[in-house]
Design a protein around this ligand. Structure first.
Ligand code: FE2
Ligand code: FE2
Length: 171
């Protein structure tokens, strides 16, 4: 049976994951409105992944005999100044999520919740991947600035992202 502190912390994380999904969905709409369908595709998949993260936590609480308490999701931004600004916000956001996953792990250690520790190890690894993808996108956008041809080439590349969480094809 999951403890009260762990349950409250995971319920908060569920909200953060749904907010991430919402934020990335908003970013997808921003890109697709600019006809950057590859960027939009990449963001839609990112949004799907965040929903999956939320559901992993959701299932964990239920499996551990706890109570899922969904909270209101904040409205995400809808406008950005540039493609680069979007990517920078993804990177900043993922860094914040990593910190909150690490805090959850601290709670799991303090509460001696071993099942939560094992579950959270998956998320710790996942965040390494998430931060890497985001910083890579920032670096590429900085390199090409807003040069049209280069943006379109990157758009094409991002359109090839597969839906599989494992072994993502980025070529
Ligand atoms: Fe996530
Ligand atoms: Fe993420």
């Amino acid at each position: 049976m999951i403890g009260k502190a762990m349950q409250a912390a995971i319920n908060e994380q569920i909200n953060k994951e749904f907010y991430s999904s919402y934020l990335y969905l908003s970013m997808a709409a921003y890109f697709e409105d600019k006809n950057l369908m590859g960027f939009g595709h990449w963001m839609r998949l990112q949004a799907d992944e965040e929903r999956e993260h939320a559901m992993k936590f959701y299932n964990f609480i239920l499996d551990a005999g706890g109570q899922v308490k969904l909270q209101a999701i904040d409205a995400p931004a809808t406008e950005w100044k540039s493609n680069l600004e979007v990517a920078e916000q993804v990177a900043e956001h993922e860094a914040k999520v990593t910190a909150s996953i690490h805090n959850l792990y601290e709670t799991a250690l303090k509460e001696k919740d071993y099942a939560a520790q094992v579950m959270l190890q998956w998320f710790i690894n996942e965040q390494v991947e998430e931060e890497k993808n985001a910083t890579e996108l920032v670096a590429k956008l900085r390199l090409i600035e807003e040069r049209g041809t280069a943006v379109l080439m990157l758009d094409h590349r991002l359109s090839k992202r597969s839906g599989e969480a494992e072994g993502e094809e980025e070529e």
